[in-house]
Design a protein around this ligand. Structure first.
Ligand code: GAL
Length: 670
């Protein structure tokens, strides 16, 4: 659990830790906001406070993850060095009083952070109770755009390194358009307020890449320092996941694995909760799959354990009886090997007085603590699964260039959102586990080969190198599916003058003579053999080039009769170009066609409202079934399996209570 020794009278520490241990909490994360406890004035270091806490932890037998406190710079620091502050787009500095009001690029802030981390790691890393380190806290949460003078200076440096000359920068940004040509580096800034908001799209793409670089550099400075001091076997992580940061790079350069902060009650937040949203907290499986794309085995640094809300915003209900267990098992089923709750006691002061932990203000025993004790018993019974990997035959490819470009290209974002939602929800409903797979400059076809089917929904930007990796994947037997608006932009986000679909024209066998958005008052249906399903948002008219095979046509709308889907045979595999955004019907048709739908249907049947997630260790499958509804769910176990919680054999009909979970081990895998 997350614990804040600085929030409580020291007399409580011992009792708190022994109560935690009594119900199975074996690790606390501490210190991530406590800079002043270690450096109360510039250059003055004092270790006593956490020394005393770590003494208590060691006596009690509690393990500790230490956070570096750089998300909350001290008042003495920002007052003396305002250049460390972040700013709004209009240049107004964000002042002391909340958190995360700093920028990553100020040389002074980098130095001050380096100092505090050096002193913390140098002093505490050798303590026997310390098992790992968290860098900062939630990099890019709350603010993931940076507009300070330090950022502009660093942005110029980033661009100089990237382009070498202003001529090349002007060319890459298409600066001749609307006379944006730069004649001196001093004229180049991070985005600033403009007439209708927003700036040149190619500049924005570089700006978001730059933020990601800055975030990664900031993390790496700390990781490099901690590495010098940590004991063998201890780890470095950071808690995510937030926008404008390439976590693939972070995993390569700085952290041993990622941890995720999971607050599924955002799905029931009384301010934003919508009844139309079928998935609600089940959507957190999507976030967990994103986390798994960074590290196949990961941790949960903060798992919701109480009602949520700052004193200024948000209204989240407390987890209902059983939901803490459900969310914990959701995390474990997706690849978490540890789960830590936010937080032990609810703070009685400050911005988070309504953000509840396991215990309320008084600290008395309550039903949430009782649930933690019960979770501990269940988790103990699951220990053998640790290290086992989530199993999926279907992947959805993503990459940061397109994520950043799509965020700014609002039109493309509509297409992407529609498809991402349809893909995730349909795979959930059909019990087809899936992974997200990031295509980076390091990815090779061998990394993709574990998936029988890969969707790459709408990569507007696609390089020749990426296309070659994908071609090799198909050559070796993979099935690759593109959606509309693929490969029409170059690496700077400028549109290609090649015939569409650009660098994948040969690979897909498709030719796109024309395209258009679907007007809001139009419905466009697609016919693919015996399947009929709606198109969404956009239609590329998809003809065959020499090599392709026409698979489907639009059967209504202005372009009725025109091609909607073409496939190309590539080596042992197949590549599809589908001319629209994906809908549930389209996803179902592709999954069925590739025979990857519901792969566990032969040994267990579960209703649509439950999720199936499977972890595999040493060839043995562990099947988790998660019931997100408050009503019981009926399962049918079609062969003898081992119920991991109960420690007994089961088969036949099984009832999962509302919010209930079960983990079943297959016998025949042994
Ligand atoms: C997280 C953050 C915690 C706490 C929690 C509840 O985002 O890491 O420090 O603020 O949310 O608001």
């Amino acid at each position: 659990t997350c614990y804040y020794p600085e929030h409580w009278d020291e007399a409580l520490w011992r009792e708190d830790l022994s109560r935690m241990l009594a119900c199975g909490i074996e690790v606390v994360r501490i210190a991530e906001f406590a800079w002043n406890k270690i450096e109360p004035a510039e250059g003055v270091y004092s270790y006593d406070f956490f020394d005393r806490f770590l003494d208590v932890a060691e006596e009690a037998g509690m393990k500790v993850i230490m956070g570096t406190p750089t998300a909350t710079p001290p008042a003495w620091l920002t007052e003396k060095y305002p250049e460390c502050l972040n700013a709004g787009i209009d240049g107004t500095l964000y002042r002391h009083g909340l958190r995360r009001h700093y920028n990553y690029n100020s040389p002074v802030y980098r130095k001050m952070c380096g100092n505090i981390v050096e002193h913390m790691a140098g002093h505490y890393a050798g303590r026997s109770c310390v098992i790992g380190w968290q860098i900062d806290n939630e990099l890019n949460c709350e603010a993931n755009e940076f507009y300070s003078e330090s950022d502009t200076a660093a942005f110029r440096g980033y661009l100089q390194k990237k382009y070498g000359s202003l001529e090349k920068l002007n060319e890459a940004w298409g600066a001749v358009f609307w006379n944006q040509t730069y004649t001196d580096w001093k004229e180049v800034y991070v985005p600033r307020p403009t007439v209708s908001g927003g700036v040149n799209p190619h500049q924005t793409l570089d700006y978001l890449r730059f933020i990601s670089e800055s975030t990664n550099e900031f993390a790496r400075i700390q990781a490099d320092i901690i590495r010098k001091y940590i004991k063998e076997g201890d780890f470095i992580t950071t808690n995510g996941l937030f926008g404008h940061v390439d976590y693939q790079k972070m995993a390569r350069e700085s952290i041993d694995f990622i941890t995720y902060d999971s607050y599924p009650n955002f799905a029931y937040d009384l301010n934003i909760y919508s009844d139309r949203d079928e998935m609600k907290d089940r959507k957190w499986s999507r976030n967990l799959s994103e986390t798994r794309a960074v590290s196949r085995i990961f941790g949960i640094m903060e798992q919701q354990s109480g009602a949520g809300g700052w004193n200024s915003r948000m209204m989240q209900p407390a987890p209902k009886r059983g939901q803490m267990t459900l969310w914990t098992m959701q995390s474990i089923a997706h690849g978490a090997d540890f789960v830590s709750y936010f937080r032990w006691r609810t703070c009685t002061f400050g911005t988070e007085i309504y953000w509840h932990g396991i215990l309320d203000y008084s600290g008395r025993d309550n039903r949430r603590l009782a649930e933690v004790c019960d979770i501990y018993k269940k988790v103990t019974a699951l220990r053998e699964i640790a290290g086992g990997e989530y199993e999926a035959a279907v992947g959805i490819i993503k990459d940061y260039d397109n994520i950043f470009d799509t965020e700014y290209d609002k039109w493309h974002e509509r297409i992407e959102k529609q498809s991402q939602r349809a893909l995730f929800e349909t795979m959930q409903k059909t019990h087809t586990p899936m992974d997200y797979v990031y295509l980076t400059e390091k990815t090779g076809a061998e990394d993709l080969q574990r998936y029988r089917v890969l969707f790459y929904p709408h990569p507007a930007i696609l390089s020749g190198r990426q296309a070659a990796v994908l071609e090799e994947y198909a050559q070796k037997g993979g099935i690759l599916i593109f959606g509309c608006r693929s490969a029409y932009k170059d690496i700077n986000g400028k549109c290609t003058m090649e015939k569409l679909p650009g660098v994948i024209a040969k690979l897909t066998g498709a030719d796109i003579p024309e395209y258009t958005a679907i007007a809001p008052d139009r419905e466009v249906m697609v016919r693919w053999g015996e399947n009929a399903f709606p198109a969404a948002v956009f239609t590329d008219l998809v003809d065959c080039a020499e090599t392709g095979k026409q698979e489907a046509v639009y059967m209504s709308g202005d372009d009725a009769g025109a091609g909607a889907l073409v496939s190309g045979k590539v080596g042992q595999g197949k590549v599809y170009y589908y001319g629209s955004a994906f809908t549930e019907g389209a996803v179902r048709a592709f999954l069925k066609g590739a025979c990857v739908e519901n792969p566990y249907g032969n040994f267990i049947t579960v209703p649509e409202k439950c999720e199936i997630a499977v972890r595999v260790k040493e060839g043995i499958k562990y099947i988790f079934v998660l019931n997100y509804s408050d009503m019981p769910a009926e399962l049918m176990v079609l062969e003898k399996m081992w119920d991991m919680y109960a420690g007994k054999e089961v088969s036949g009909a099984l009832t999962l209570e509302g919010y209930g979970t079960v983990c079943l081990r297959r016998f025949c895998d042994r």
